[in-house]
Each structure stands twice: as C-alpha cells, then as structure tokens.
Ligand binder design. Structure first.
Ligand SMILES: [Zn+2]
Length: 106
C-alpha cells in the first residue's frame, strides 16, 4: 500500500534523476563546445578540405558515442570550414569547425 509520502518521495526521486540526466547532457555539450572543433575559436586543424569529411566520420557524438551524419559543409571564411552534423543514434545536431592549415607553412 502506497501512502502519500511514498508517492511524493518517488516523484521527488524521479525528478532528481531527470534533473541529473539533463545536467549530464548539458555538461557533455559544454565539454564538446570546449573541445577541438566545437567552436570557431577552437577549430580542428586539417591540411586540406578533402580530409574534413573523413575526420568527421571518425569523431564520435559526446552524448552517446554515435557516428555523425553530415548535413551541410560550409565555408564561412577563407580557410575556415564548418560542418553541420547530426548524430545517427541520439539525433543531436552540432556544428564542427575546421581550419585548413598548409602543411608547408613553417
Ligand atoms: Zn549521439
């Protein structure tokens, strides 16, 4: 037999679990934004545009380790590429940033 306090406690636990889960998702997104390729300020360096999609295919979704599906590949500035991707498993969308650096430079 469940009295009100048991039901309330269960609801509270459920809410806390959901909150913890949301926090985890948010933290992973924050981490992804801070890691290489997560923002325009922190692009992944590549030696040519042709390797970008290969690199994307080797990256894993920070939420579920799923593979990305490339949605769009843009060149917002010279030497800068941004690739819109969607995780094939959890469906999260993000933009990955690349900077093309010449292998001969320096
Ligand atoms: Zn995912």
């Amino acid at each position: 037999m469940l009295d009100d306090s048991v039901i309330r406690r269960k609801r509270t636990q459920q809410r806390e679990r959901e909150r913890a889960l949301r926090r985890l998702v948010r933290d992973r997104e924050k981490l992804a934004a801070l890691s290489a390729g997560g923002s325009e300020e922190r692009p992944i360096h590549v030696t040519s545009a042709s390797v970008i999609e290969v690199r994307v295919r080797h990256l894993a979704c920070p939420q579920c380790s799923g593979e990305y599906k490339i949605q769009d590949h843009r060149a917002p500035a010279s030497g800068i590429r941004s690739v819109d991707v969607t995780c094939q498993i959890c469906g999260v969308s993000r933009t990955l940033w690349f900077r093309i650096v010449s292998a001969e430079a320096n």
